[in-house]
Design a binder for this molecule. Sequence first.
Ligand code: HEM
Length: 281
Amino acid sequence: MQYPRPRTILSALSLICTAAVPARGGSAKSYIDVDTGTSFFGHVEPSGYLFGMMTPQQPTTDFIAQLVVPLTNGAGWGGVSLGSSMNGPLLLVTWPDGDKVMTAARVASGYTPSAVIPYTTNPIALSPIAQGTFVNSTHVSSTFLCAGCINADSFDPAWADDEHRDVFFGYAYSQTAVDDPSDIDTRLSDHTAGGAAGSYGDFPVVLANARSNEYDQYAAMAGADGRSQAPTSSATSTAVGSATSTAPPRPAATSDGEIPPLELVVLVVLGAVYLLQPFIA
Ligand code: HEM
């Protein structure tokens, strides 16, 4: 199955909704990332929220994650809990800062904004993969190597050997901006608060389905592409242990090839007139 990425999300959202979202909280499925042609395993919501992942055949500590989050007027954030609850497990979160993509790790000890703090329990590093990391007019997309993210606060690598084991992850997103988008440690908005236009829930994953022969090739893009982008904000960090990372790789959607709807209609009309010219004359 092939899911569209945000660059084509407007035209293809219906395909996601009808093809990928099963009843009752949903479950994860394989999809092809059209930017790279790489197969991911993930969960998608009708809103366009998506979490995908890819592991090596023998996972140890690292995996590749992909978060796609719907935005309202350029604002919002979204994330995944690598456990069924919000409280306790490693949380991965992304949001836009203008056309830059901010991706960070958090951990929660309660259901209030101040109880959701930067994750420092174990050393991890989030290295952006530029090809799948960008902001457009409707979504933010973050694809990154999550080094050290398979740990005591997420899941056991041995589970990836068991084809039948269902593990539950959680998703959450809000279309209310974080407090300070340029601050990697910023306070997040409550995804359950009135007006947040957010959602949350859990979904089962069969980790064995995330194993990929393409993992090494794809993971190698993380350092090269991510670090080759000139850091443009103070929020850029590769600090192991402070659980932060960001990438400024992709500009807005229109320069990424997305044709705004009005221009599309004009093009279609002009094309039709041109083709019908011999008959009209
Ligand atoms: C400002 C920060 C946050 C606040 C105030 C907040 C608040 C809440 C509240 C009140 C609930 C319970 C709703 C209910 O009773 O059904 C909840 C559930 C949930 N949240 Fe958050 N949340 C925050 C951040 C996050 C983040 C960063 C994630 C993941 C990346 C997340 C994932 C979840 C999930 C998966 C659930 C459902 C499972 C559970 O109840 O533990 N939340 N959140």
